[in-house]
Design a protein around this ligand. Structure first.
Ligand SMILES: Cc1ncc(COP(=O)(O)O)c(C=O)c1O
Length: 408
């Protein structure tokens, strides 16, 4: 068995399946790769929504400067993990007054204001607390280049202030006395594997930042670039090479930074999946095999309830198999459908995937499962036990399972 499979087999043996395994060495390598290619221009902010496992967060808090939270629950998790409040930004289109109040009371670094309505609420709360709250204004550009798996701008969208409305809405926010605009934020597209499209997107960001900072005479302390960096999920996906991104956009970032207005600005790359996605594996055991009308079906102990994205129900139009392998290896010479234990035909992990011959008790490892795993999945559906979570650090396996209210 290779090293990876020995580790996955040990995790399954000691903690059981279904389970998620997070390899910190792989994240460490990823951080180093980003720092060596883009670190000259950017600081990093971890978008916690992609994986808020507390054990993982504690590990990340020592290595990633900033954290982006999208609910007050995530803000609390960030604090528990060890990030200081000033290191946290708080995004999200529907923040409730109570969340805004708790974040301001907890000295959150920046509230990422997504509407005038939210700015007015934040101004009121800050005023009542006798504080001036730092904010970033989230802007939704008018276009997102082709090549992103999901778009949060360039079309009707709940996220941020549409650039077309900036002239009307920004002055209203800038006039609020208890808010201090320390910069702008854009997250307009995600899951992109095309270096050209990523560069073109950052070009759009720089143009929006220039235009608005000049129009409203903002000398920003921070500008957040929503990274859009994607990871390969499916056979045939080409992994991103960040050196391709850096070599094209680097000189343009240098020009940007050489402008007086941006000379002291901290540029922040906000990202989730690119940091942790490929470092995670989802392990599920084959409970039984059924031959049904000429098709082989492997019924596993975890499926869509544990891993919604792999089942194709997380923003995908067509289901495509995640890459996966049988733990222990072997030649992939048998075609099989893999399903989970749910009583619904949409609980499908793989259709017609080629794997080594599977028998009861075999373990399948689904790749690219470190982001948008458990917390993007309907784990309460049909009340199966919640999956375990295992953090692997230098050969040491630790049970970092979360306590969901599902008995195991
Ligand atoms: C505001 C914001 N920040 C960060 C992210 C993280 O995206 P990714 O995990 O693709 O890097 C998202 C994704 O939806 C987002 O909406």
């Amino acid at each position: 068995m290779n090293r990876l499979d020995s580790c996955l087999a040990e995790a399954a043996e000691r903690f059981g399946t279904p389970s998620y395994v997070y390899l910190t060495d792989a994240i460490e390598t990823r951080i180093a790769e980003i720092e060596s290619t883009l670190g000259r221009w950017f600081s990093l902010s971890y978008a916690m929504k992609c994986n808020p496992n507390p054990g993982l967060l504690e590990w990340l808090a020592k290595r990633v400067e900033y954290v982006d939270v999208s609910s007050i629950g995530e803000f609390r998790l960030a604090r528990q993990a060890g990030w200081g409040p000033a290191q946290a930004s708080f995004t999200g289109p529907g923040k409730r007054d109570a969340e805004i109040a708790e974040a301001i009371d907890g000295d959150v670094g920046e509230l990422v204001v997504e509407s005038v309505h939210e700015a007015i609420a934040a101004n009121r709360v800050a005023g009542e607390a006798g504080k001036i709250q730092n904010i970033l204004i989230r802007i939704a550009p008018s276009s997102v280049p082709k090549g992103f798996g999901d778009h949060m701008a360039g079309r009707p969208s709940p996220f941020g202030i549409d650039i077309e409305d900036a002239a009307e809405q920004l002055p209203q926010i800038l006039a609020l006395p208890n808010l201090s605009v320390v910069g702008l934020h854009i997250y307009s597209g995600t899951q992109c594997l095309k270096p050209d499209a990523i560069c073109e997107n950052y070009r759009i960001f720089m143009s929006v930042f220039r235009e608005l900072c000049e129009a409203y005479d903002i000398t920003p302390q921070k500008l957040v670039f929503g990274s859009g960096l994607g990871i390969p999920y499916h056979a045939g996906d080409t992994p991103l090479d960040l050196t391709d991104v850096a070599s094209v956009i680097g000189p343009e970032l240098d020009d940007f930074r050489s402008e007086d207005r941006f000379a002291k600005t901290q540029l922040i790359l906000e990202l989730g999946r690119y940091l942790v996605g490929e470092a995670g594996y989802f392990l599920t055991s084959v409970v039984t095999i059924k031959d049904s009308r000429g098709t082989k079906i492997g019924i596993c102990d975890g499926g869509m309830n544990n891993h919604l994205p792999a089942s194709g129900h997380f923003g995908m139009v067509i289901h495509r198999n995640y890459q996966m392998h049988r733990v222990g290896g072997g030649e992939a010479d048998e075609k099989i459908n893999l399903v989970g234990p749910l009583c619904t035909s949409i609980d499908r992990l793989a259709s017609g995937v080629m794997l080594p011959h599977l028998s009861e008790g075999d373990i399948v490892a689904v790749h690219a499962s470190g982001a948008y795993g458990i917390t993007a999945s309907p784990i309460y559906f049909i009340s199966h036990p919640a999956p375990k979570e295992v953090l692997v650090e230098g050969g040491q396996l630790t049970d970092v399972s979360r306590k969901f209210e599902l008995a195991r």
